[in-house]
Write a protein that binds this ligand. Structure first.
Ligand SMILES: Cc1cc2nc3c(=O)[nH]c(=O)nc-3n(C[C@H](O)[C@H](O)[C@H](O)COP(=O)(O)OP(=O)(O)OC[C@H]3O[C@@H](n4cnc5c(N)ncnc54)[C@H](O)[C@@H]3O)c2cc1C
Length: 470
């Protein structure tokens, strides 16, 4: 992505040369200062200004991660953990330079305990790699952020995705962690028991900590049985409120939909063009049902009936694996389909989440504010849990467009918080959302977060400038 450099450029750290020599001795060619590798690790997939780290390291074991962090701790040089670099709020930008620890070579699946429905993986394993590995076991890992992110990165951002409405987010699916702390100490949190009341929940502390409290090297995850039957469907609605109300009624009736995704008319146009499809170009819900053959039919029939009450029509079902994959692939490629609507534009994707009863209000109000925007504005969402993304297709070289996107994003976040929601449902804070943390949590809660950070990372070397407001 063509994005400007983060400013101001930090000074080169005085201890960097000695540190780089020590890292080379430790890792040999798995320590790099090449321009291309530094550039690759200086940004995620968002519009945020970038800044490359000074050094990139590729450890292969927890002990190597610990040794790298110890050296950085002695030199007081920042450490930025890196998974697949798919995050969207500037999470991996090396704002203060430093050492990027790329976990992608720690990609072993160390245990699958089929009877207990859990597994343990190294942090660099991607969600697709895990599901490929599990294919013959009849099990799967459900959290699905669209991009093929690493499980370490997904844990660090508390990711979720289309099927969180049924299977929860990373918060609900991480049982235990191995973490390297800011001084190199190796820590184990949690365990394989499904419940525990033993002390503070350190696992949850690190889930969503975005590399600011430690480097996650190993994760124990919950697994699920692949459902006997699955079926997906697309249904068109006259407007956003009708589609959202159908989703709300579905949840209120206790129907355990596996996915319920809202797409506005611009998203549907983008999907059709990008994937050569021919859906009606009006607001739609994409749904998926999991269960026994009979349960899937019954769930689909009930939702169809509810949808009719809200003007839903034109149901299209996808029951074979191939048809379902095609449908969800089109949904997952939405980011790129939207970019294709306006060649040369970047996508500024928002990520608010509100109580589901406030969803239609929030989206409709912001669409009204955005009606004169000088760029296309889209809305799509994981409506089953009130999480939605407005997309601003902007030209990064237009100060006017950037200003308007910033204004709309601020309006949206503030309104979502007023409605009892959050500034980020799943993408995380990075540095893009740090300024909203006080409004959402209040001064006292932010000060407790600062105290926790200071006690675990007194020299502020772990991904500095992220999560906590300046
Ligand atoms: C097209 C597209 C669609 C997306 N859709 C969704 C979605 O639906 N839901 C969703 O939740 N997200 C979504 N995302 C965002 C993204 O996929 C997630 O943020 C992902 O969880 C990040 O994982 P990663 O491996 O790419 O981490 P990175 O981007 O490499 O890192 C993310 C953050 O985690 C930290 N980190 C990474 N690995 C570790 C580790 N081992 N230990 C400690 N800290 C670490 C980094 O320092 C950084 O702060 C989408 C992204 C794209 C590009």
């Amino acid at each position: 992505m063509n994005v400007p450099a983060a400013t101001p450029q930090p000074l080169r750290h005085p201890a960097l040369d000695d540190l780089t020599t020590a890292l080379r001795e430790l890792l040999g060619p798995r320590c790099s200062t090449s321009d291309s590798e530094r550039e690759h690790h200086g940004h995620g997939e968002s519009y945020h200004p970038t800044r490359a780290p000074d050094v990139v390291c590729y450890p292969q074991t927890t002990e190597e991660v610990s040794a790298i962090v110890k050296l950085c701790h002695q030199a007081k040089v920042p450490v930025i953990p890196f998974g697949a670099g798919t995050s969207l709020e500037g999470h991996v930008v090396a704002l203060h330079g430093g050492v990027c620890i790329d976990l992608s070579r720690m990609n072993a699946i160390t245990a699958v305990n089929a009877e207990d429905l859990d597994c343990t993986v190294e942090a660099g394993v991607t969600r697709k790699q895990l599901n490929e590995h599990l294919r013959d076991t009849g099990l799967f890992f459900p959290v699905d952020p669209g991009a093929d992110a690493t499980l370490g990165g997904m844990t660090a951002t508390r990711a979720s995705g289309t099927n969180a409405v049924r299977y929860g987010t990373m918060k609900d699916n991480v049982l235990a962690l191995t973490v390297v702390l800011a001084d190199g100490t190796i820590l184990k949190t949690g365990g394989r028991a499904r419940k525990s009341s033993a002390g503070y929940d350190l696992t949850r502390l690190f889930v969503g900590s975005e590399g600011t409290l430690g480097v996650i090297t190993e994760i124990t995850l919950r697994l699920y049985g692949i459902p006997e039957a699955s079926s997906a469907a697309v249904c068109s609605f006259p407007d956003i409120a009708s589609a959202v109300n159908c989703a709300i009624e579905t949840i209120q009736c206790g129907i355990q939909v596996a996915r319920v995704e809202l797409l506005d008319e611009t998203c549907m146009r983008a999907i059709n063009r990008h994937n050569n499809l021919s859906y009606p170009e009006t607001v739609a819900l994409f749904l998926e049902f999991h269960g026994t053959e009979a349960a899937v039919v019954s769930q689909a029939e009930t939702v169809q009936m509810l949808a009719e009450g809200h003007g839903g029509e034109g149901w299209r079902f996808a029951t074979s694996t191939e048809e379902r994959n095609k449908l969800w692939q089109a949904r997952h490629n939405m980011h790129y389909a939207l970019l294709a609507l306006r060649p040369g534009a970047s996508s500024w994707g928002t990520d608010t989440c509100v109580p589901i009863s406030q969803l239609a209000t929030c989206i409709t109000e912001i669409k009204e504010h955005a009606k004169d925007a000088p760029f296309p504005v889209t809305a799509l969402g994981h409506v089953g849990d009130g999480n939605f993304h407005m997309g601003f297709l902007i030209r990064m070289d237009s100060p006017e467009e950037l200003r308007e996107a910033e204004r709309l994003n601020g309006l949206l976040v503030n309104r979502a918080i007023e409605l009892g929601g959050t500034c980020t449902g799943e993408h995380g804070v990075g540095y893009g959302k740090a300024k909203f943390l006080r409004k959402e949590h209040g001064d006292a809660a932010v000060e407790v977060m600062r105290t926790l950070k200071a006690s675990l990372d007194p020299d502020n070397i772990m991904n500095p400038g992220k999560v906590l407001p300046a």
